[in-house]
Design a binder for this molecule. Sequence first.
Ligand code: PRP
Ligand code: URA
Length: 213
Amino acid sequence: MPKNKYLQIIEHPLVLLYITKLRDQNSEVQVFREAMDKLGGILGYHALSHVSTKDVQVQTPLEITSGMKLNKTVYVIPILRAGLSLVQGILYFVPNAKVGHIGIYRDHQTHEPINYYDNLPDGLDNGTCIVVDPMLATGGSASHAISYLKENGANDIVFTCVIAAPEGIKKVHTDHPDVPIVTSYLDRELNDQAYILPGLGDAGDRYFDTTPF
Ligand code: PRP
Ligand code: URA
């Protein structure tokens, strides 16, 4: 899959280290949570390269020099449930970000996204939205969430995930060609249940330690 400014695949030994912990079915929940949190920080760091900045002057104790600050409010938008696992990692870099929530689960038979909850802050039209979800599988949930943000005024959106399938990248790029995807890993394909291979299983169930359906 060709990389371009709309697809960033982070290549770093630390990413591989944490992805390996996530993939391992024997990882205990605290190991899984810690790896997700660290990857949230790494994804946030890279997603923030898409945020617009402006030049400012800063007075050091010795002289005035040039610096920069963020030009827009940053909104972190987790897709519930599993997206919550990445929020703290991103807030580490932008502790004043606003956080909005979009609740979506996949129908187990059709794999279509079912939207069950929304709570978005005002002012999306003047900010940069970083949508977070560990898994981009069919792309239905991500595409639905991005559409909903656009309906609510958002016009500067970045989607970030821990593991992406080619099918999901294609769907988001087709539906939202203006939205860059930042992922820490590109996996091979989906199985016939629309789970990512090799993947890590059900991200939400593993992170929240709930019983799979
Ligand atoms: C998972 C994941 C994504 C979605 C990805 O959520 O966190 O939101 O599936 O699949 P898609 O790309 O095919 O839409 P899930 O439906 O398991 O809900 P949960 O986060 O509440 O566990
Ligand atoms: N959602 C998950 O949690 N895992 C997958 O592999 C696909 C969708």
